[in-house]
Design a protein around this ligand. Structure first.
Ligand code: PEP
Ligand code: MG
Length: 597
């Protein structure tokens, strides 16, 4: 395999993070966001008012532009208008707006110079927060600052409006406003220098189902307008000026990928029943209520994990009971008979919210997070529990607690829930009589105590993202140990087996909602270990459902008996690959096991 920046005679291969699968072959359309020249000058006292007025005019123009774009996006049924709401708020932010006015007056300088200074200090605040989500919101500051600056200078706003047909959009980063055009013009894919798995480009590319590679170092330096490019979102590569043979190879991959997608799409609503008659429930994971419909459209039978912490992010104050109630009610109503497993706030660790500050922690992943934070702040927790109880009158709700380590947390939460129910009954609110109450198994302590926990809760859901992190001591976000992450590690296989056995012995349902649930290669193992409910990101649903129909549980059980004897991750993986080749339909096996052909 070529290393980043290699010139192998097969085109220059740039390596990044594949955040939306698929292959695009086309000419580069560079979105020009080169820095504009910023004039810097001192202003005489009698000219200051006029300069401030110039800033106010640029601010008003920016607000109008963002509002117009936002309304157009909303009218077009685009969910991404919410990102523009954040930009609108930023244009009213005191730190930015008053900051520029005050800096101009205090230092007698022109608005462009003052804006530059203020933006720099705001970005420093973001830089000092060690969190991927916040680092990515830093790009919102860049977009808003760039818009204001261009309006001050009377320049047009750059964008992708003129994106040619069959173009691959290449940019340092893409603004949410660009998406308005992108959703209409027939672009083929994206490649950006900035971004991560949760950056706007990644989110948008996944929802448009276009291939995307982000975090490509040196991308805009190596690519010129009109260069022929291959964006390989499946493997996280961008190939610049590929030779004809490489283009041919990728055209074949593209065709195979499209054919497979079409096959999967056509049967996404068929039941997921194995060849030997076992019905498998495939549910979807969401971060926002408006994703519910998309998940069902992909063929999922309800919501298996709603990560409610996203409701608390990107805002100054936490959502109140009524607001949360409306969100949960909307999810339950849209989820239909499959219902929704709504997880209580899992804040802290790698997920921070400005509205809920925990003091600095040396090791936040082992800190005051998730259920620990909630029980430490019962005032806040009760708001969420009350909202959930009220929502239970509107659909099949299941409540789930994250990061449970032992029985105390379960019991304490049950007691809080009972008190909230009493309060609400006193206020005359309708509520479901009984609500399934379950926990995530994502700590080794919960695995060890699974038999006792199973006696006190209604269901388990295995969170392999954290469970792998804590069991194998592999930081989820650390690229230096990412190569060690393997869900087929024999320790993980044993852990899952143990948890399923404990749930079965107690007669409670057990599901899995970590990323492993949507990984094709893990599926035969999960079925063989006894899992019958899996919850995953929406794009994995059609593929996993189709795979289920190709598999037989008895074969999967035989495979699991064999791998129980294998002592290394490499041996387990090799055996599973070999077995999958025999179990799956030829085209399916090829697309999963040999995606490079
Ligand atoms: C998990 O840890 O596997 C999980 C599903 O929770 P999250 O990814 O939200 O931490
Ligand atoms: Mg987790």
């Amino acid at each position: 395999m070529s290393s980043p920046g290699d010139d192998t005679g097969g085109g220059r291969v740039l390596v990044g993070l594949g955040v939306a699968p698929g292959y695009a072959i086309g000419r580069a359309h560079l979105v020009d966001r080169r820095r504009v020249q910023i004039p810097k000058y001192h202003v005489e006292p009698d000219a200051l008012d006029a300069e401030v007025a110039r800033f106010e005019a640029a601010l008003a123009a920016s607000e109008t532009q963002v509002r117009t774009l936002r309304n157009r996006l909303e009218a077009a049924g685009e969910e991404h208008y919410l990102i523009l709401d954040a930009h609108q708020l930023m244009l009213q932010d005191e730190m930015l707006v008053d900051g520029v006015r005050q800096t101009m007056r205090a230092q007698s300088i022109n608005p462009e110079w003052a804006l530059k200074k203020v933006l720099r200090s705001i970005k420093q605040v973001f830089d000092n927060i060690d969190d991927e989500y916040f680092r990515e919101r830093r790009s919102d500051v860049d977009f808003v600052g760039d818009r204001l600056m261009r309006n001050l200078l009377g320049l047009s706003q750059p964008g992708v409006a003129e994106a040619a047909h069959s173009a691959v959009v290449v940019a340092h980063d893409l603004s949410p406003a660009d998406t308005l055009v992108l959703t209409r013009s027939p672009v083929l894919g994206f490649a950006t220098e900035a971004g991560g798995r949760t950056s706007h480009t990644a989110i948008i590319a996944r929802s448009l189902e276009l291939p995307a590679v982000v975090a490509v170092a040196g991308l805009t330096e190596h690519i010129g307008r009109g260069d022929l490019l291959i964006v390989d979102g499946t493997h996280g590569r961008v190939i610049v000026d590929p030779p004809p043979a490489e283009v041919k190879r990728y055209q074949a991959l593209q065709l195979a990928y499209q054919a497979q997608r079409a096959r999967l799409d056509a049967v996404r609503h068929d039941a997921a029943t194995t060849g030997d008659g076992h019905r498998i429930l495939i549910r979807g994971n969401i971060e926002r209520p408006d994703e519910t419909r998309g998940v069902l459209d992909h063929g999922a039978a309800g919501i298996g994990l709603y990560r409610t912490e996203y409701l608390y992010m990107n805002r100054e104050t936490p959502p109140d009971e009524d607001e949360q109630f409306e969100h949960y009610k909307a999810v339950l109503e849209a989820a239909g008979p499959g219902g929704a497993t709504i997880r209580t706030l899992d804040i802290g660790g790698d997920k921070l919210a400005a509205s809920l500050r925990v003091g600095p922690e040396a090791n936040p992943v082992m800190g005051l997070r998730a259920i620990r934070y909630c029980l430490h702040r019962p005032d806040l927790f009760r708001v969420q529990l009350r909202a959930l109880l009220r929502a239970s009158a509107h659909g099949a709700l299941r409540i789930m607690l994250p990061l449970i380590a032992g029985l105390e947390e379960v019991r304490e939460t049950r007691a809080l829930l009972a008190r909230c129910r009493q309060e609400l009954a006193g206020r005359g609110h309708p509520m479901a009589e009984s609500i399934p109450f379950g926990i995530m198994i994502e700590l080794p302590a919960a695995v060890t105590l699974a038999d006792w926990l199973a006696e006190e809760v209604d269901f388990f859901s295995i969170g392999t993202n954290d469970l792998t992190q804590y069991s194998l001591a592999i930081d989820r976000g650390n690229r230096h140990v990412a190569h060690l992450y393997n869900p087929l590690h024999p320790a993980m296989v044993r852990i899952v087996r143990h948890v399923v056995a404990a749930a079965d012995a107690a007669g409670i349902p057990v599901s899995m909602c970590g990323e492993m649930a949507g990984e094709p290669l893990s599926l035969p193992v999960l079925l063989g270990l006894g899992l019958r409910t899996l919850s995953m990101n929406q794009n994995s649903v059609p593929l996993i459902k189709a795979m289920v129909r190709d598999l037989r549980v008895d074969d999967c059980e035989a495979l699991c008996a064999e791998i129980a004897e294998l002592r290394t991750a490499a041996e387990v993986e090799a055996r599973v690959r070999e077995a999958a080749r025999g179990m799956l339909d030829g085209a399916m096996a090829a697309s999963i096991l040999d995606p490079m052909l």
